[in-house]
Write a protein that binds this ligand. Structure first.
Ligand SMILES: [Zn+2]
Length: 260
C-alpha cells in the first residue's frame, strides 16, 4: 500500500505522488470511495497508473469517469487502454470527443511529419460530452466545467471550490500551452480565457503540466500582454489577426520608397 500524498483535500497528482515526473499532470479527484481522473497521459504509463490507483487503495470499480482536459496526445493517448482496465467512461468537450472517437492523429498532434513525430492514437468512445456550465459529480464533490478555449478549441478547465484544474491555459513560469492552428488555437479566445481566470476568485491553479501554484494576477497580466502582441505579429502565422508591417510596406511601395 502507498500512503496518499494529496496536494489539496480530495486531490492527488500522480507525478507528485510517485515523486517522479513521468508525464503530464494526472489528477485523481476523490471523495469517499468514488474517484475520477483528469487526463491520463501516454499509453506507456497506463499500467503504472493503474497499479498506483490500486496501491492507493481506490477501488478500480469506483472510477466515475476519465476526463480529458483537451485532446492533445500527451494528455489522452492512454484513454482507450485505461478505460478498458477501469471499465469506466470517458468525459470530454464535444470537439475533443470528435478527435478522440476517430483517433485523429493530426488534430491530436500524434502525427507531426515535419518533426518525425509519429505516435499511435487509439480511438476511444466518449460517453459524456461536457461543456460550459455542466457539472461532474464525484462522491459529494462537484466539479464545475469551464470552457476555456485558446490553446485548443476544446480546452476545458474544472473548478473544485477554490481550485481550478486549469489545463494548458497557464503554467507557473507564465508560459501557455502551444499556440498552433492545427489543434484550433485562437489567441483572442486564449486572452478571454486567461482574463476569466484572472477575474475569478480561484486561489490555486492546477495545470496539466508542471507544479500547481497560487493564482498570481500579475503573472496572468504579463502573459496576457505577451499574447496581445502575438495578435499583431507574424510569429504565429494564421493565428494572428493582422500584421501592421504589411500595411506599412504597402504605403512604402506606393511611395516608391527605397531602403534606408
Ligand atoms: Zn499539454
Amino acid at each position: 500500500m502507498l500512503e496518499r500524498q494529496p496536494l489539496f483535500p480530495h486531490v492527488i497528482e500522480l507525478n507528485h505522488q510517485a515523486r517522479e515526473r513521468f508525464g503530464c499532470s494526472v489528477y485523481l479527484v476523490y471523495d469517499e470511495s468514488e474517484w475520477a481522473m483528469i487526463d491520463i497521459g501516454y499509453d506507456d504509463e497506463v499500467e503504472r497508473i493503474v497499479e498506483m490507483v490500486r496501491q492507493l487503495d481506490f477501488p478500480l470499480a469506483k472510477c466515475k469517469t476519465l476526463i480529458a482536459s483537451h485532446a492533445d496526445v500527451d494528455h489522452i493517448q492512454g484513454l482507450a487502454q485505461a478505460k478498458a482496465l477501469f471499465k469506466t467512461t470517458v468525459t470530454a468537450h464535444p470537439l475533443a470527443a470528435e478527435l478522440l472517437e476517430r483517433g485523429d492523429r493530426v488534430g491530436t498532434f500524434a502525427l507531426i511529419e515535419a518533426q518525425e513525430i509519429n505516435l499511435e492514437m487509439p480511438p476511444v468512445k466518449v460517453e459524456h460530452r461536457v461543456n460550459e456550465g455542466d457539472t461532474i459529480q464525484i462522491g459529494n464533490l462537484t466539479l464545475e466545467v469551464w470552457f476555456t478555449p485558446g490553446h485548443t478549441d476544446s480546452q476545458l478547465s474544472f473548478r473544485l471550490g477554490n481550485l481550478l484544474f486549469s489545463g494548458d491555459n497557464l503554467f507557473r513560469d507564465g508560459c501557455v500551452g502551444a499556440i498552433d492552428a492545427h489543434h484550433g488555437s485562437d489567441i483572442q479566445a486564449f486572452i478571454r480565457s486567461l482574463t476569466r481566470i484572472r477575474e475569478s476568485d480561484i486561489e490555486w491553479l492546477l495545470p496539466s503540466h508542471g507544479p500547481a501554484f497560487r493564482k498570481d494576477n500579475a503573472l496572468i497580466d504579463k502573459t496576457i500582454a505577451r499574447l496581445e502582441t502575438y495578435l499583431h505579429m507574424a510569429d504565429f502565422g494564421t493565428c494572428s489577426v493582422d500584421w501592421p508591417l504589411m500595411d506599412q510596406w504597402e504605403r512604402e511601395i506606393a511611395e516608391g520608397k527605397l531602403p534606408g
